[in-house]
Design a protein around this ligand. Structure first.
Ligand code: ATP
Ligand code: MG
Length: 576
């Protein structure tokens, strides 16, 4: 049992000005966290209790799935990252420093290298595989824009796990086990989530899913099918081929140049020419790690840079800036077009629907009309390179796709042999042959998950914790601690519940009832027991559900029992 008078939970009424999202505001107001530097926080006692609850569920489910807990260091020698090649690839997010002997180190943002090093040293034979090692550990990423409190911090706890198998088949099974464990984890935390297909980014690998908590404040956009189970990050969502040759005129003459003074954007140009946006072919120029590339797309759509990078197999791509655009087209940006352009050119599938259309003229204040793809220019290839849109057809079943916002709380990857090859992590197979092991990696942000739970469960008065991750299960509020009967009833109930293993927060302060109720609502403890002077004199107490606000009067003799029932019901709701 915790007594408020002996507990550091500095709640505040004021809304902190730099907190943009509700979870950040409420964690600060509830005295759960305090900022030390940008993206760096102290977890105060109540905040830490929540994190520990999240961690407990993580451990239980990881252990249940057969993973073994280890603890790797936060400080990692550069050599390991040089071996994998990431020392040079990882940007400024990687915090690098030197020790007194001038040796280089980094603070681990993720631990593929360290864990692969362990396995290559300690695992010799296929008999020791599969193996899955996980840890719950302090990560550091020097995020360019730390924000939203624990949601996007620089220093944060992550549950990261890594599986090692002899072959792809086994790796697939290990992946599925983690996928299933993640579903259980987020269900137990009472979260409304979707597992969606995700881009594999520069961690590399063949396939991946993100676990998204549905919330308007989410930084990610995801699509999900209204009819089937398909869901994907918009970065990844497939846009299958559209109808061929449906836009523009079939008997267009030779292309013509028209003046378009000052018109650069799709809206300006299509408005000026009196055509629809999808009758325009947009030409975007990219600088990439594999050279300059022009990417074409129907004016009705946007290019998806993640797909462009994936298609090119490039480490990075970025939209060309003015000097580069001038170098490639001879004009300022806004007038680029595919006709006569001598740079590698690829086109989105949407361009295939265009029989004839308008394009930039590679000349200031001019566009071309009646341009015919295949006749006037020929892209190297057509591929899915555009951004999905609300209402697009589902790539699996053809029904409509909806766009929603999500918070990425977990991520599972099939890594293949990307790291094991680089670091030579091999095991002997049954014939004594050396086989490079196949890996998977699996991450959950501990603090971000707690924050996501608040984003999903709150009201105007404060947090509404799912009981499985609440800082406490029950709060007891004696309305007037100076009343001896009230104090005695409260002490007795607290002791009873404590003895039965309930996590009790006892508000023993000499504060006005209004203040106690406000704090209880703010902190969001699922079950509240109020002991008022009149009720206690009549032999009653009051039981209140934080979530529904429902209040029942219960005889003191049955109070502990009723609290237990309510706690049990709430636990069952979380499947905890
Ligand atoms: P994001 O796209 O949000 O930057 P990420 O894809 O880089 O995240 P992963 O490398 O997949 O993240 O890390 C695994 C998990 O760690 C994420 O799903 C998230 O829950 C958590 N996480 C990542 N970055 C942060 C951060 N800056 N602050 C808090 N949690 C984080
Ligand atoms: Mg991720």
């Amino acid at each position: 049992m915790i007594r408020y008078t002996q507990y550091l939970m500095p709640t505040t009424k004021e809304t902190p000005s730099d907190a943009e999202v509700v979870s950040h505001r409420l964690m600060l107001r509830g005295g759960f966290i305090r900022k030390v530097a940008s993206g760096i926080y102290t977890y105060m006692p109540a905040g830490l209790r929540v994190l520990r609850k999240v961690e407990r569920i993580l451990r239980e489910e990881m252990d249940r799935a057969g993973a073994q807990e280890v603890l790797m260091p936060a400080v990692i020698p550069a050599e390991l990252w040089q071996e994998s090649g990431r020392w040079d690839l990882y940007g400024k997010e990687l915090l690098r420093f030197k020790d007194r002997a001038d040796r280089e180190f980094c603070l681990g943002p993720t631990h593929e290298e360290v864990v692969t090093d362990i396995v290559r040293r300690e695992v010799r034979s296929y008999r020791q595989l599969p193996i899955n090692l996980y840890q719950i550990q302090d990560k550091f990423r020097d995020e360019i824009r730390p924000r939203f409190g624990l949601m996007r911090g620089r220093e944060f706890f992550m549950k990261d796990g890594y599986s090692f198998d002899m072959d792809e088949e086994g790796a697939k099974e290990s992946y599925q086990k983690m996928y299933d464990a993640y579903c259980r984890i987020f269900r137990r935390m009472g979260l409304d989530f979707r597992a969606v297909e995700a881009d594999t980014g520069n961690i590399g690998g063949s396939s991946s899913h993100e676990f998204m908590v549905i919330a308007d404040s989410g930084e990610d956009s995801i699509v999900s099918c209204v009819s089937c189970a398909y869901g994907a990050n918009v970065e990844k969502a497939e846009c299958p081929s559209v109808a061929e040759k449906t836009v523009g005129s079939k008997d267009a003459g030779p292309f013509r140049k028209v003046e378009t003074p000052g018109r650069r954007t799709i809206e300006e140009v299509s408005g000026f020419l009196g055509i629809r946006p999808d009758e325009l072919i947009k030409t975007l120029l990219f600088e990439t790690s594999v050279g300059d590339v022009a990417v074409l797309v129907s004016g009705a759509f946007e290019i998806n840079e993640v797909k462009v990078r994936g298609f090119l197999g490039a480490e990075w791509v970025r939209l060309a800036e003015e000097p580069k655009v001038r170098e490639l087209t001879g004009t300022p940006s806004g007038f680029a077009g595919p006709v006569g352009l001598s740079v590698r050119m690829i086109a989105d599938l949407s361009v295939r629907s265009i029989v004839s259309g308008a394009t930039g003229a590679n000349e200031k204040d001019a566009h071309l009309v009646d341009v015919v793809p295949g006749r006037d220019f020929e892209p190297e290839t057509y591929a899915d390179l555009r951004m999905v849109r609300e209402g697009d057809p589902c790539p699996r079943c053809g029904a409509e796709l909806r766009v929603s916002r999500g918070i990425e709380v977990g991520h599972v990857f099939r890594l293949g042999r990307k790291y094991s090859e680089k670091l030579r992590a091999v095991a002997l197979d049954a014939d004594g042959k050396e086989i490079v092991v196949v890996m998977g990696c699996y991450g959950i942000g501990v603090g971000r998950t707690a924050a996501a739970a608040i984003e999903q469960h709150n009201d105007a008065d404060g947090m509404i914790w799912p009981i499985s991750i609440a800082p406490f299960e029950v709060t007891i509020i004696p309305v007037n601690v100076k009343n001896a009967d009230v104090a005695a009833a409260a002490e007795k109930l607290a002791a009873d519940l404590d003895a039965r293993g309930v996590e009790v927060f006892f508000d023993d302060r000499e504060e006005r009832p209004g203040i106690k109720f406000k704090d209880a609502d703010l902190v969001g403890i699922p079950v509240r027991v109020t002991l008022g002077e009149k009720n206690v004199a009549d032999g009653f107490g009051e039981l209140r559900d934080r979530k529904t606000g429902e209040t029942v009067r219960v005889e003191l003799s049955r109070l502990a029992e009723e609290v237990m029932k309510m706690v049990a019901r709430k636990k069952a709701e979380c499947g905890a």
